[in-house]
Design a protein around this ligand. Sequence first.
Ligand SMILES: C[S@@+](CC[C@H](N)C(=O)[O-])C[C@H]1O[C@@H](n2cnc3c(N)ncnc32)[C@H](O)[C@@H]1O
Length: 328
Amino acid sequence: MSGETHGHVPVLGPQVVEALAPAPGELAIDCTAGRGGHAELIARMMGSGTIVLSDLDPANLAYAAERVARTAPAVRTVALQGDFRHLALRMRTMGLPPASAVLADLGVSSLHLDDPSRGFSFSADAPLDMRLDPSGSRTAADLVGSLSEEQLATVIGHLGEEPLARRIARKVAESREVAPIKTTAQLALLVREAYGPRARTSRLHPATRTFMALRIAVNDELGALEGLLLAVATAANEVAQGRTGWLAPDARVAVISFHSLEDRLVKHSFAALESSGLASRPARKPLVASDAEVDANPRARSAKLRIVRLGSAQCAQARSKDAAPHDP
Ligand SMILES: C[S@@+](CC[C@H](N)C(=O)[O-])C[C@H]1O[C@@H](n2cnc3c(N)ncnc32)[C@H](O)[C@@H]1O
């Protein structure tokens, strides 16, 4: 892979840095450092201060940390491997100051999908793995082998929004009676068989939704997001009570999601913070990629960026007045 592509193109980059407005000397967090694209933009804009990088995938995290250290050398980089749902606690334990800007760019990096050995893709045969953290205890093969037919149908139907979830779950259950399902090619073939003649008319590869559902389940992606949103809500309450938590009183939090279930969680959580007067949203609708960005990076098509600022709407107004140039 060329050093220039970094294995992943960050989506909505300019919108993210504008929303987070990271300032010199602040502490910013990239919960999902990935290949470091957003982190580089944030660190360059800060110029000085600290950026905390977190990722479940140690290889991505090391890559992002090296990239940021090289491109924004005056910014201190703190790399924390692990699940972002535990970040608040880890920051407190480490005695780090509260963060002013937080980004979570959910899901997997392009490199995960492009590296056949990780087992995320049905385009190449590989062990059915799908763990973002390679030391994680449960692979996709474990899930496919251990869930009941009913549970499999629920996972594939709910997380994958797959209309043929029941047929696929039945096919898997029948097949694993004969031999365990250990590879991506085995699973992709079973899904294709469950689709039957519909496979020919399907817009997506028949296995697309099933693979996405299993990936979300293996990495408990919705559980992690709920944990992060809860930590943001806790910090908003601490700010309202004048207590010091992991987020600064005017912290900006941005979340990019690629799945309707994720976006719904973010939307409801940020709306609830706003209606309780603990935070404000610059916009109710999510920001989405332009046609030009989608043409250049098709992955941006389903991206939705939502932003919340801690503190009440009145605080946000006062802040923007302070920041605005004074009348002569
Ligand atoms: C979409 S990529 C981020 C790409 C990054 N913004 C960039 O510009 O390169 C998502 C990253 O988040 C990581 N990830 C997913 N869930 C996570 C979690 N619960 N905790 C920490 N990292 C997670 C994945 O391993 C992946 O590297």
